[in-house]
Design a protein around this ligand. Structure first.
Ligand code: ADP
Ligand code: ZN
Length: 756
């Protein structure tokens, strides 16, 4: 048999002239536009560009009647018969090398289907802005002096450049400031005296932080050893498997990740470790740095140039360990050997804007394709994850006890329905006694209240009217100082009136306690204790989070009051008491995951107590002590909650027993939003009936739990079905040729984590 090429040439040669004219062959590039046109477009590749047009690079193509030049991603190139209507030609090539590998291109195609996203949107999302912004011949990383001493004295021009490079500058700016040529700058880079900042480790908050040294333990606990073995099997065999470490806080999960990564690196492979949010998990990052030295930490404070430099370094195989939040799953590691997701239940792994992907699913796809193990760890795995283990798809390793002899803290539940419990503000007498006990024993205290501000709402004493945001259907939160009304939906800050806008009665009352008021009450009740508050209001400036945690570690703070920020991944052995001020705060939200989230949050924050030799306690204040989520958290029995919750989800076809597609419609005009949502729901119902998809349920239209946000009225429709792909195809068909009126905007969220 001849190879394909010569066969074709032979055929061509033997064709009569008239036929050749009809079926001319050519090189065709399929391109996807980042925005605008949704469907892939074909362009002819002119001879002159044949060598450079390839999948993964961006090209310039003429679009529409006006033939305006647009940048587009080339996703495929093929040689084929040309269609009867002539194709437009690719006008130019943007990138000097592919930005996306074949695997990444395949991933974006899969993601577009999985989350009903536009392919162009997905392509943009998997590439950091710095990589996309880069144009051919204009690579300009920021350079700084490395501080290395030159082997031989540098020349005066070099010295001038080095002096200017005390702050990160581009090569061009550096050369201009120093009055030197670009060649001098390039020479200094070559000598290792200048380096791109992106590849230099820079701590998150700027300035060095004291490293907490967790020495490598001499021996793993039997549960840790079993978990590590479970990872090693597929790691050594080079096959994919998903291993879930279900281990209580302090059971040594991180140590297992560290040793699995160590083995991966020893085999010459790269490991990608995802954490929920870099700034909230500084200790985890520190431990990876301490163990491996060179770690690429992809955090949100990186400038586009820094991120680009990191990206290049990873792609070149120069970095073995990558730690980052959600989007680090797209790190272009060519020698990928292991993926780890810590705190895999966290909702921040799902992106809230298009493409609305979940990093856990992307990680599974990637690990499967690469034939490498995926490790998911949590003290409170998501129900989706639990179900996959129960179904036998994934392997669960339990780490039921804490390592190093410390015990899980005893939990005391305080029933807030007792008047006595609420007599003196947000801190019940038992919680106060617990705080006194911990402080008296030389311990520290953490108090969780997942509501920021001073008062959660402001109400008229006479008519009961609650002050709401003029732009949103949300109560205004009172913030001090200055008695400002702040909307947590849109961020609007207003002056609160002194009388009711509804009935003009004076005397508005401040109801509900936020972290500000709690802090004030704590200071009043414990005047000798050093108190600090950690929430997004106090943590606005860069590095403030680290400074507060450092102060807490150094015992300059006795009582730390905070929102869920304090619940994550922190390991402070002197914490003897954790107080959950209002465990029900999020329990009654109109979200099917409300119970799951509550159980996870209370369990996670409880795990901060009693890590040291002094032991610890947890006090949980709640109005619903018998709720399965609260009971399970109080008993350190998350699995009991899972057992009670799974049948509820199954009955309602909620994940993990089916897929949900949520359509959210927004409009400045309430009627238009409602009408459009009704129209979409109608289409969906008809499509479901036509396809005989009996198990599919269409719910709505209904106003969203937050009915109005930033002046826009919000309506939603939910579709549930047992089979994800079938459900998505149904929604795709039903919405394919909808002509959206100008007055409304709508989005599709597949398997949403935010139901509000
Ligand atoms: P998790 O990630 O499950 O919360 P960590 O891995 O952070 O648990 O472990 C909790 C603490 O115990 C850390 O300080 C860690 O250094 C220590 N540790 C972990 N494994 C062991 C072990 N086998 N022996 C002694 N100490 C250990
Ligand atoms: Zn608002």
């Amino acid at each position: 048999m001849m190879d394909g090429h010569s066969t074709q040439r032979e055929l061509f040669a033997s064709r009569p002239r008239w036929e050749e004219d009809d079926a001319r062959q050519g090189t065709i590039a399929t391109v996807v536009l980042p925005e605008g046109v949704d469907k892939p477009l074909d362009y002819l590749v002119p001879e002159t560009l044949a060598a450079t047009v390839e999948p993964g690079r961006r090209v310039r193509v003429p679009l529409g009647r006006g033939n305006r030049m647009r940048l587009a991603y080339c996703v495929a190139v093929r040689t084929a018969d040309l269609p009867p209507t002539p194709l437009k030609s690719v006008a130019g090539v943007e990138d000097d090398r592919p930005l996306l590998s074949a695997r990444m291109l395949e991933l974006t195609e899969w993601m577009a289907e999985r989350w009903m996203a536009r392919r162009g949107e997905v392509l943009e999302a998997v590439l950091p802005a710095g990589v996309r912004a880069r144009r051919r011949g204009r690579v300009d990383p920021l350079l700084v002096a490395t501080g290395n001493t030159p082997a031989r004295g540098p020349t005066p021009a070099q010295a001038a450049v080095l002096a200017a490079a005390s702050e990160p500058l581009t090569a061009a700016v550096l050369a201009a400031r120093a009055g030197a040529s670009r060649a001098v700058v390039a020479r200094l880079v070559k000598l290792g005296l200048l380096a791109p900042v992106g590849s230099v480790e820079r701590p998150v908050g700027g300035g060095p932080r004291p490293a907490i040294v967790h020495d490598k333990p001499t021996a793993l606990s039997p549960a840790q050893a079993a978990a590590l073995d479970a990872i090693r099997g597929p790691l050594r065999a080079g096959r994919h498997e998903t291993i879930v470490l279900f281990g209580v806080t302090g059971s040594g999960k991180t140590e297992v990740y560290l040793q699995a990564v160590e083995e991966t690196v020893a085999h010459g492979r790269q490991a990608v470790v995802l954490v929920p949010e870099i700034s909230l998990t500084p200790q985890t990052c520190d431990r990876f740095r301490a163990r491996f030295g060179e770690v690429a930490v992809l955090h949100s404070h990186l400038t586009p140039a820094e991120r680009h430099a990191q990206w290049r370094e990873i792609a070149a195989g120069g970095v073995n360990v990558v730690v980052g939040a959600r989007s680090a799953i797209f790190a272009p590691a060519p020698r990928l050997g292991l993926i780890v997701i810590d705190e895999e239940h966290e909702s921040s792994f799902k992106q809230a804007t298009a493409p609305r992907y979940h990093a856990r699913d992307v990680a599974e796809w990637t690990a499967r394709r690469a034939g490498v193990p995926l490790v998911l760890g949590s003290a409170t795995p998501a129900l989706e994850t639990f179900a996959r283990c129960l179904a036998g798809d994934w392997r669960m390793c339990r780490l039921p006890g804490r390592v190093g002899g410390s015990h899980l803290p005893a939990v005391i539940t305080v029933d807030l329905r007792d008047r006595g419990a609420r007599a003196r503000g947000a801190i019940s007498p038992r919680l106060a006694a617990g705080i006194r006990w911990a402080l008296g024993a030389g311990g520290q205290v953490m108090l969780l209240l997942n509501r920021r501000g001073f008062a959660t709402h402001v109400q008229c004493r006479a008519c009961g009217h609650t002050m709401t945001c003029p732009q949103c259907a949300l109560a205004l939160t009172l913030h001090q100082p200055g008695a400002r009304g702040v909307c947590h939906g849109c961020g609007l800050v207003t002056r609160l009136p002194s009388e009711c806008p509804d009935c003009a009665a004076p005397g508005l009352v401040q109801r509900g306690t936020g972290t500000q008021r709690l802090e004030e009450q704590v200071r009043g009740a414990f005047p000798d204790a050093a108190v600090a508050r950690m929430d997004t209001d106090t943590m606005r400036s860069r590095g403030s989070h680290e400074r507060t945690l450092d102060a807490f570690r150094d015992r300059r703070i006795d009582i730390l009051v905070g929102t869920q920020m304090i619940a994550k991944g922190l390991d402070f052995p002197s914490v003897m008491l954790v107080g959950v001020v209002n465990a029900d705060a999020a329990l009654h939200l109109a979200d099917f995951r409300a119970a799951e989230r509550t159980c996870q949050l209370v369990t996670q924050v409880s795990g901060r107590s009693g890590r040291g030799p002094l032991g610890g306690r947890v006090v949980v204040q709640t109005s619903t002590p018998d709720h399965p989520a609260i009971r399970a958290a109080a008993a350190h029995d998350y699995e009991a909650f899972v057992r009670s919750e799974l049948p509820v989800r199954e009955a309602l076809l909620y994940p993990p027993f089916g897929s949900v597609v949520r359509v959210v419609v927004r409009s400045l005009d309430g009627r238009a939003a409602e009408d459009w949502a009704a129209h979409v729901a109608d289409r969906l119902r008809r499509e479901a009936a036509a396809t005989g998809a009996a198990a599919v349920r269409v719910l709505g239209p209904a106003p969203c739990p937050i009915e109005r946000l930033r002046d826009r009225f919000r309506w939603h429709v939910q579709v549930h079905g047992p089979d994800g792909p079938a459900l998505r195809s149904l929604v795709r068909h039903a919405t394919a040729d909808l002509k959206t009126p100008d007055s409304v905007a709508w989005i599709i969220d597949v398997d949403p984590v935010d139901m509000l």
